[in-house]
Write a protein that binds this ligand. Structure first.
Ligand SMILES: Cc1cc2nc3c(=O)[nH]c(=O)nc-3n(C[C@H](O)[C@H](O)[C@H](O)COP(=O)(O)OP(=O)(O)OC[C@H]3O[C@@H](n4cnc5c(N)ncnc54)[C@H](O)[C@@H]3O)c2cc1C
Length: 461
């Protein structure tokens, strides 16, 4: 415990009211900090606040400031089952009258987040329709790290009123599935048919009877292709590797208008698309499902945090920039993890580092740890742009241990793994069919303290 004299209550600005920002706000307030959450949208939810209207957004999303945050499409159902999604003390329960499926539609997750917000009374901390335009250090070069303060300039979108405020600390929870990561293809700048990124894809109807080349064979590329084949004339999935999963192979063999191709070599001005194996098609649309880049257009750290080929750094444990810690922190940066409980453990650490309950290692030790981490990734052959792809539940447990956050429940890890296995083998059905082993795991989950902590009266499980 920190003594009363060394305990510090800080004036903290959280940027974003998505899952990361919401749990950050809760933990910061619990730790005794004064919290303001600035959210550019009219409602909480982040990615889960579906935005049907994408008019006015650059189809390739190349503007540093995007108009649309959410990249969720109309039909999207969760890729991860509901049991593993919930924050540790707030299970993602089935509720009567809502989407009760294990892999529900995106609206159900938004409903969960609204419930979370109401249960913990978080709304009063959030200033909606307020877009952060600038975050920088006050009196840069004059203050020591301990006295750092942050200037936050925001704009209230309706009145266009600009506000400038000073905070002791800023928590960046602005998400990273909005700014398209695009390949660099020969002819891309001069191709004059339709090109767009999945960031603004909403439904298959506009592609009826079209010949569409979908670039990228990961989750979105596959999911979107599956609905496009029902309306488009032809769908060509362009994949870096032709070594594909059993599930995708089955789908390809079922649909005559669905084809697998290698990477694109050139886009020609007459609409022809040539692939690296010499094959070609004449296409109406190129749809890039090539993922997203980290981007913090509002953040001025004088070069102390940079995004280099999707490595946000240097960040100690993906959270604190050593030169600016703990007054600047990031939450939600890691990918390929069970997100919500991890964000929760990050939020606790940030709150405790700011209050003084937890002391961070020295600058030298944090930098050493970051360098060692980068080195281990390089040795393992992991490209720089995958720096924050964790894919390791043990890492999440070790991370949480330092703040006394319990390790992930075994059933959560097992359901996550079996869900991925099912997805790989049964691309079209994994969200609706599972085997007896999975059913046992689900029962175990539902009987665990995570699900029974509020009783089951609200749930029709
Ligand atoms: C297509 C798709 C499918 C996905 N499926 C799953 C899934 O099945 N399971 C899963 O766990 N995850 C999934 N995800 C990942 C999803 O992004 C995370 O679940 C989660 O939303 C991350 O939360 P976050 O709060 O870090 O970021 P976000 O949810 O992106 O929230 C960030 C918030 O910050 C706000 N913001 C940004 N910039 C500013 C600014 N300058 N000023 C003010 N506010 C700002 C935004 O408006 C937003 O509200 C999916 C993502 C996508 C795109």
């Amino acid at each position: 415990m920190v003594s009363e004299t060394s305990y510090k209550s800080k004036n903290v600005c959280v940027i974003g009211a998505g899952p990361s920002g919401l749990v950050a706000a809760r933990e910061l307030r619990k730790e005794g900090h004064k919290v303001v959450v600035l959210e550019q949208n009219h409602e909480i939810g982040g990615q889960w606040l579906y935005q049907p209207n994408v008019e006015g957004e650059d189809p390739l999303g190349r503007n540093p400031s995007l108009k649309v945050h959410s990249s969720i499409y109309e039909s999207l159902r969760l890729m991860s089952p509901r049991e593993i999604m919930g924050f540790r003390d707030f299970p993602f329960m089935v509720k009567k009258g809502r989407d009760t499926r294990r892999f529900p539609n995106h609206t159900e997750l938004l409903n969960y987040l609204k419930d979370f917000c109401e249960w913990f009374g978080l709304r009063e901390m959030i200033r909606f329709n307020t877009r952060v335009e600038y975050v920088g250090m006050l009196d840069y070069g004059v203050c020591s790290n301990n006295d750092l303060k942050w200037v936050v300039r925001s704009i209230e979108k309706k009145s266009e009123k600009v506000m400038q405020e000073v905070f002791d600390a800023v928590v960046v929870a602005s998400g990273h599935y909005s700014h398209p990561r695009l390949p660099s293809l020969k002819g891309m700048d001069t191709w004059n048919r339709k090109q767009m990124h999945s960031h603004i894809y909403r439904s298959p109807e506009p592609f009826r009877n079209e010949i569409v080349v979908v670039v990228g064979n990961s989750f979105s590329g596959q999911d979107i292709s599956l609905e496009l084949v029902k309306v488009a004339k032809e769908v060509y999935l362009s994949s870096r590797s032709l070594n594909i999963t059993e599930g995708l192979s089955n789908v390809l063999s079922k649909h005559e208008n669905f084809h697998l191709h290698p990477q694109i070599d050139t886009l020609h001005s007459d609409g022809k698309v040539t692939f690296v194996d010499g094959s070609s098609v004449s296409a109406d649309t190129i749809l890039y499902c090539t993922g997203y880049s980290y981007s913090f257009p509002f953040l001025d750290t004088k070069g102390m945090v940079v995004v280099d080929d999707d490595r946000v750094g240097p960040l100690y444990e993906h959270t604190f920039p050593p030169s600016l810690a703990p007054s600047l922190s990031f939450i939600g940066i890691p990918r390929k993890i069970i997100g919500f409980p991890f964000f929760e453990s990050q939020a606790i650490w940030i709150a405790q580092a700011l209050s003084g309950r937890k002391v961070l290692p020295s600058w030298e030790d944090m930098m050493k740890s970051i360098k060692e981490f980068y080195h281990s990734r390089e040795v393992a052959g992991i490209p720089k742009h995958c720096t924050h792809d964790i894919a390791d539940s043990e890492y999440c447990d070790k991370y949480a241990e330092r703040v006394g956050f319990p390790p992930l429940e075994e059933w959560r890890k097992e359901i996550c793994t079996s869900g991925i296995v099912n997805y790989i083998a049964n691309l079209e059905t994994y969200r609706d069919c599972w085997d007896d082993n999975e059913k046992m795991k689900i029962q175990e989950a539902l009987q665990s303290p995570h699900f029974t902590q509020f009783g089951l009266k609200d749930s029709s499980l």
